[in-house]
Design a protein around this ligand. Structure first.
Ligand code: HEC
Ligand code: HEC
Ligand code: HEC
Ligand code: HEC
Ligand code: HEC
Ligand code: HEC
Ligand code: HEC
Ligand code: HEC
Length: 465
């Protein structure tokens, strides 16, 4: 134990100069709003010792939290509780929670840290009642910290990412996505990706997003930012009316960030994922995640693959899109081009009251197109059956009614997949009539091949996501 402390002290002393520059630019090293633990009076704001305990005692007693034994990396508490395979978490399950929580939840940072959802900070949706990273991870869906830890240590799934170069058995799952010595405070400068909090697993020692070639604008000119909450004239991430290219340049390239892990190569196991099994009609919990192909021409239509378009159709808006995506001057209608969405247009990064980390607010409105109470639905996605509550925020709602909408899109529109259907029961005996079975066909990588088993003559093979 003593040897462990000594090694850590030497390491800290030896690397302080190497850290100096980027650390001082980081949120943690900031001398005004950086780290400052309540149990460390007299230590300056931003001082490494607020996170690392060089001596493990101050005036003869260990400062809070008291763990009795030295922790890896000379941190003030153990980094991660590997016995905790699912939420709900308590503060001591993850070292970062000790500070990234509200004062009511027990934060040890002076004043606590009121971090908010992506849809709040960059989408303007301040009605959400989740405050602090700790609360975010204690919701219905969340990036399961144990699964991330298992993935990064190579104990589950498989990956070619260079985790072994930085992720140790004692490491913290948050550090798969963040580097605590360089993270910056984007929320204090929502229009400036120079302040990105992110580091890609494939490049952990650098920030991701702080260079001009690491923004969404650098990745693609087909990105249309969603509306800012409550507006039909201003956009994410800062609620201004900039052009798509101007707005995209204000954001880190989240697509490349998320697909560092969620791509076509990595195999990712999830303890908590809910998958719908079309063969049995039941939902199973746990399994390998769908692989995601966002980049290729054969991948997802919300990614770089072009939505089906046919310029001879009477309705050129073949994807039945709402504003701002329905603008005929925008690329969706030109053959060979199409919108590319960002993962953050639909997902949160840490957790959500909805399944699959789906945002509470999308494209300027609460789920169900902002019409939940008018239409008599709640806004929560609590089973795979509920994902339609997301689609209607960007795709058109016909005749003011949800079931009319699904009818028009699938049976009536010029490009509807099942026009003039017969043998209704062949599909609806399986799907039901209430518009609740979208998950048979709509998911990352999906098409309508379920019809090959239940009603083959209607199979179109069209990609449905
Ligand atoms: C916000 C809290 C925080 C602050 C502030 C902080 N560190 Fe760390 N440090 C950590 C964490 C967490 C780890 C463990 C990283 C992991 O999970 O693998 C760590 C690990 C280290 C290590 C082990 C080597 C490594 O990088 O894995 C060294 C050395 C280190 N820190 C030095 C410093 C120095 C020097 C400073 C001040 C300039 C500092 N730290 C400030 C949280 C912090
Ligand atoms: C799978 C990757 C991933 C993991 C794991 C992850 N984060 Fe994040 N984090 C992100 C992304 C992406 C953002 C930027 C978008 C946002 O603010 O939600 C972010 C933003 C943040 C922010 C800034 C929020 C703000 O107010 O702007 C904090 C603080 C943070 N993360 C802390 C944590 C902590 C603590 C953990 C572990 C308990 C963690 N993160 C785990 C991806 C991750
Ligand atoms: C000693 C308290 C403390 C610990 C422990 C701590 N942080 Fe922080 N963190 C802070 C403070 C203070 C800020 C600056 C908050 C602000 O912007 O007002 C911050 C900011 C951040 C930010 C930038 C977003 C923001 O809110 O400014 C990220 C990302 C982040 N921390 C991640 C982590 C991760 C990951 C860990 C665990 C490895 C961690 N922090 C541990 C105190 C802490
Ligand atoms: C148009 C909205 C939308 C966008 C954009 C989007 N997703 Fe999703 N995502 C969903 C929906 C709906 C689900 C639930 C259905 C499913 O599992 O595919 C989901 C599920 C997931 C899952 C769980 C997969 C599983 O096995 O069930 C992961 C992982 C994921 N998304 C990652 C991403 C990443 C990474 C990106 C960006 C490259 C992204 N998503 C972009 C809507 C979206
Ligand atoms: C460090 C690798 C890594 C990165 C980067 C990463 N993820 Fe994940 N993601 C995982 C792992 C591991 C799981 C399985 C654990 C789980 O389901 O929570 C997962 C699960 C998910 C799920 C399914 C969660 C559920 O249980 O329903 C979604 C959705 C998701 N990720 C979206 C994203 C988005 C969006 C980003 C970018 C902001 C992202 N991920 C970045 C590793 C990563
Ligand atoms: C954030 C906005 C947004 C959300 C939410 C969204 N979509 Fe889309 N969707 C789009 C855009 C934009 C396109 C056009 C992509 C292109 O131009 O290549 C599209 C295209 C599609 C297409 C391809 C249509 C065609 O003609 O080829 C399908 C199918 C689709 N979406 C289904 C869904 C489903 C199902 C959901 C809900 C689970 C959903 N979308 C949620 C924005 C969204
Ligand atoms: C090839 C499969 C298929 C066949 C055959 C089919 N439908 Fe559909 N229908 C769908 C799909 C998919 C949807 C959209 C999902 C949903 O709403 O359940 C849909 C939606 C509907 C809806 C809207 C239901 C709601 O409340 O959301 C109505 C009404 C409908 N179909 C009527 C019919 C009638 C009448 C027939 C026979 C003349 C028929 N369908 C044949 C696949 C089919
Ligand atoms: C039997 C498979 C199947 C089921 C079940 C199904 N869809 Fe579809 N859906 C499709 C196909 C095929 C398309 C056409 C994709 C294209 O345009 O190439 C489509 C298109 C869409 C689109 C894109 C809009 C457009 O005009 O192309 C949306 C949004 C959509 N469906 C929502 C839903 C919702 C919501 C449900 C559940 C209520 C549902 N779908 C159920 C097969 C299905």
């Amino acid at each position: 134990m003593r040897a462990a402390i000594l090694t850590a002290v030497l390491l800290l002393a030896g690397s302080s100069t190497a850290y100096a520059g980027n650390y001082l630019l980081s949120a943690h090293g900031n001398t005004t709003y950086g780290v400052s633990r309540t149990s460390m009076p007299g230590y300056s704001v931003g001082n490494c010792d607020n996170c690392h305990e060089m001596h493990a005692s101050q005036n003869g007693a260990e400062p809070a939290p008291v763990n009795g034994a030295p922790s890896p990396f000379a941190l003030f508490a153990p980094n991660f509780n590997t016995a905790k395979t699912t939420n709900p978490y308590v503060l001591s399950d993850d070292y970062c929670f000790y500070c990234h929580s509200t004062t009511t939840d027990g934060s040890l940072q002076n004043g606590g840290i009121d971090n908010h959802n992506f849809s709040y900070t960059f989408g303007g949706y301040n009605a959400s009642n989740v405050t602090g990273i700790f609360q975010m991870f204690n919701q219905a869906s969340y990036h399961n910290l144990y699964d991330i830890y298992q993935f990064a240590t190579g104990n589950a799934g498989s990956t070619t990412l260079p985790f072994s170069s930085f992720f140790k058995p004692q490491s913290n799952p948050c550090d798969a996505c963040h580097n605590p010595h360089i993270v910056r405070a984007n929320r204090r400068h929502v229009d400036n990706p120079y302040y990105t909090p992110l580091s890609k697993p494939s490049d952990h020692s650098h920030l991701w997003g702080d260079d001009a070639n690491e923004t969404l604008a650098a990745l693609t000119d087909m990105y249309q930012p969603p509306y800012y909450y409550g507006s039909t004239v201003t956009f994410e991430p800062d609620g201004t009316a900039g052009t798509p290219a101007q707005q995209a340049a204000k954001m880190p390239d989240y697509i490349s960030f998320c697909t560092d892990c969620h791509n076509t190569t990595n195999i990712i196991y999830s303890t908590t994922i809910q998958h719908f099994d079309p063969n049995t009609g039941t939902v199973t919990t746990g399994g390998n995640l769908y692989k995601i192909d966002w980049f290729s021409a054969n991948g997802d239509k919300h990614g770089f693959r072009v939505a089906d378009s046919n310029t001879t159709l009477a309705d050129p808006n073949t994807a039945s899109l709402q504003a701002p995506y329905n603008d005929t001057s925008l690329p969706v209608n030109a053959n060979g081009a199409g919108f590319v969405l960002s993962c953050m247009d639909c997902h949160e990064a840490h957790g959500s009251k909805n399944l699959y980390l789906i945002r509470e607010e999308v494209n300027g409105k609460e789920l169900v197109d902002g019409l939940a109470s008018t239409l008599g639905y709640n806004t929560t996605i609590s089973s795979p059956n509920d994902i339609w509550k997301l689609c209607v925020n960007c795709h058109q709602v016909y005749g003011g009614s949800i079931s009319q909408t699904w009818y028009v899109i699938h049976h009536v529109n010029p490009d509807a997949p099942y026009k003039n259907p017969t043998r209704c029961i062949g599909c609806h005996g399986t799907f039901g009539w209430t518009g609740e079975d979208c998950q048979y066909c709509h998911f990352h990588g999906g098409d309508d091949s379920i019809l090959l088993t239940i009603n083959p003559s209607y199979y179109t093979g069209r990609r449905t996501f």
